[in-house]
Design a protein around this ligand. Structure first.
Ligand code: F6P
Length: 517
């Protein structure tokens, strides 16, 4: 049933009316069990959701909403390999990329899915063998990933996050933008003989990636580079197009892996080269542990379910339009951009699977920066601005550096910010007044290890699944990026000729100014 037609939705709307008087400080004073009730362990992570603007009654209604909108049945369909990506008639099986080859759960899969699992492991083994070969090859000092969107954000985020596990002596670069400044700057520091280019593109048609790949190939040949098959590999589900491009070394994946969910596939090759086969398998194991949790934990103790429901409560009932991401670990620098694609490309939709308009809001805006930097930039607005922005902290207990004072200070800041947002300084007047009662979630990892990172990312994937399923949208297509691609082609042709007939006056004027030749 559509979310807003359920009894739970109506009840939540009633509760929301009285929520302006809800105060976190009062709730904590009233209920000694609040922190424990709204906190939980899940594989690889601990999460404290207690500093959020909700209570047990709201939570119960949100859990009823899960029942009434069939979220768990939808989840089960995903894990059975059904074609839940209806607009593209595709299954959604990124979870299969981290499913062990053997075991009771794997044996119980439908036979068609089991056949895919075999292909997954064959490809994984080949890709990890290649990764080990590159790791051992002292001539290759630079690995350049050319890809964009899901073919860039995931591997880039993960390579950076796990840099303390990365092999020394190899540098990793990520070229995504078609802006030639980016590729040009990288190429200037490279030597053809010492470079491996990974052309990462699910479709192998994305104009940015194809343009960058072609320029990289021309540069390689101009430098005297000969052995393309040794210096270029393709990570793609379109092996034929990669072959036509002249790349023989290919690691494939399947149409049932969405671009923004593809980090676990061949698209993860840069990470596998950086951390090695064993650690990459640990990364997959962390994600698999979270898959198991999502599949089997009771809804009330199911962390992706709880986070996804909180997102719905905030978006549709308290009308918060954004969520700020604050990882307190500098290696998580690309975590917020990664989550932006995951959430906003998945759930930034306004129709149901039949194409009917939905009458409620969907994806929030995600944004953020690592702490403590954010504190000296935009936290002012979070504390005293006129809009309430829920904040999601990620803290990592153990550091890998030998500067313990820094780590204590860093973690103290994370904790203090969460406290300050909630407690405020309501007794002070004027510019010293902090109303407080500002919500935050605190996610805690013991270590930023491959296993824990895998679990954290899978947690985020499933949480996006839950809110998308409540909203009744297809979280696995991305038609909203198509129009811009079509128009860019048209404008590109006009940039070459200057033809502006049929354009609006603004676009025509800008075209005239931008045309360089
Ligand atoms: O344009 C959006 C998008 O299709 C993303 O969904 C995807 O991650 C990205 O482009 C890159 O696509 P590809 O991997 O096919 O080059």
């Amino acid at each position: 049933m559509r979310a807003d037609q359920t009894a739970a939705w109506r009840n939540l709307a009633e509760h929301a009316k009285t929520f302006s008087s809800f105060d976190l400080r009062t709730e904590f004073a009233r209920d000694a069990g609040r922190a424990a009730h709204f906190s939980q362990d899940a594989p690889g992570v601990f999460a404290d959701l207690s500093k959020n603007l909700w209570n047990a009654e709201i939570e119960a209604q949100l859990l009823a909403l899960v029942q009434q909108t069939g979220v768990l049945e939808h989840r089960n369909r995903m894990f059975q390999g059904e074609a839940i990506n209806a607009s593209e008639n595709r299954a959604v099986m990124h979870w299969l990329l981290r499913q062990p080859a053997q075991g009771a759960a794997s044996d119980a899969l439908p036979s068609a899915v089991k056949a895919s699992l075999k292909e997954v492991h064959d490809t994984l083994n080949a890709m990890l063998a290649f990764a080990e070969k590159i790791r051992a090859d002292k001539h290759i000092t630079d690995v350049v990933n050319i890809g964009i969107g899901g073919s860039d954000l995931g591997p880039q985020m993960a390579v950076m996050a796990l840099q303390s596990f990365a092999l020394k002596g190899k540098r990793f670069h990520f070229v995504s933008n078609v802006d030639g400044h980016e590729l040009d700057a990288f190429l200037q520091g490279l030597k053809a003989d010492n470079t491996l280019f990974l052309v990462a593109s699910k479709t192998f048609t994305t104009i940015e990636t194809m343009t960058n790949a072609l320029s990289a190939k021309r540069w390689f040949e101009a430098q005297g580079g000969k052995n393309i098959s040794h210096h270029f590999a393709a990570l793609t589900s379109n092996v034929e197009a990669a072959g036509k491009f002249g790349i023989q070394t290919c690691f494939g994946f399947w149409d049932w892996v969405g671009g923004r969910y593809s980090l676990w596939s061949a698209i993860g090759l840069p990470l596998a080269i950086a951390i090695g086969a064993d650690k990459f398998r640990e990364f997959l194991a962390g994600a698999h542990a979270m898959d198991q949790h999502f599949q089997h934990a009771q809804a009330a103790q199911n962390l992706p379910v709880r986070l996804g429901l909180l997102d719905v409560w905030y978006r549709n009932f308290l009308h918060f339009t954004s969520r700020c991401i604050a990882p307190y670990h500098s290696a998580l620098k690309r975590y917020a951009p990664y989550l932006q694609q995951l959430e906003m490309e998945s759930n930034g939709k306004q129709v149901d699977p039949a194409g009917h308009a939905l009458p409620y809001g969907t994806s929030p805006v995600l944004w953020g920066e690592p702490g403590t930097n954010g504190q000296h930039a935009f936290f002012q607005m979070l504390h005293q601005g006129t809009d309430v922005v829920p904040l999601e902290f990620v803290a990592v207990k153990n550091a890998t550096h030998a500067l313990p004072d820094h780590q204590t200070l860093l973690l103290s800041n994370a904790l203090a910010q969460a406290q300050a947002l909630m407690m405020g300084q309501p007794d002070k007047a004027g510019h010293q007044n902090f109303a407080g009662n500002r919500p935050s979630t605190f996610i805690l990892l013991e270590d930023l290890s491959p296993f824990n990172l895998g679990a954290l990312i899978a947690l985020q994937e499933h949480r996006v699944f839950v809110s998308g399923a409540v909203w009744g949208i297809n979280s696995f297509d991305q038609w909203g990026v198509e129009l811009g691609k079509v128009l860019a082609k048209d404008i590109h042709a006009r940039m070459l000729t200057g033809e502006d007939s049929g354009l609006d006056a603004s676009t025509a004027q800008l075209l005239k100014r931008l045309k360089t030749n």
